[in-house]
Design a protein around this ligand. Structure first.
Ligand code: SF4
Length: 122
């Protein structure tokens, strides 16, 4: 399994909901973005486009907020020091939400994300 994150309990809940066996797939198989066609740099949902176009960033946020593996995705980015939008948040390599690239988010957005992640984020 790609994710060795301690929150495997959340993954178990997803597996139970879907009635599938954990050994049959990786968490990325459940990603809402799975199979998203390659985009031009301007529409790169998780990196260049997110950084430069607030409409793309908001669309990406909506997709991530509807994704069944949102928290696992974000925790995976933190654990592996990945930059970019993972789990609905643009992370720095230090595992912190990027203040500039997330500045389109409203306080209500952060409240929703904190519910998903189960802790304060800013
Ligand atoms: S949370 Fe977003 S980036 Fe992560 S797997 Fe889901 S859709 Fe993809």
């Amino acid at each position: 399994m790609l994710c060795s994150w301690k929150g495997e309990h959340q993954m178990t809940k997803v597996e139970d909901m879907l009635g599938v066996d954990a050994g049959d797939f990786q968490w990325t198989d459940l990603a809402a973005c799975k199979g998203l066609p390659p985009q031009s740099p301007e529409k790169d949902w998780f990196f260049d486009g997110y950084e430069t176009n607030k409409d793309i960033a908001k669309t990406t946020d909506q997709m991530c907020n509807a994704c069944p593996v949102q928290r696992i995705c974000g925790e995976y980015a933190i654990e592996n020091r990945l930059e970019g939008c993972w789990g609905g948040i643009y992370w720095t390599p230090q595992g912190k939400p990027d203040a500039v690239r997330n500045n389109h988010k409203q306080p209500k957005d952060w409240k929703g994300l904190e519910r998903v992640y189960g802790r304060p984020l800013m």
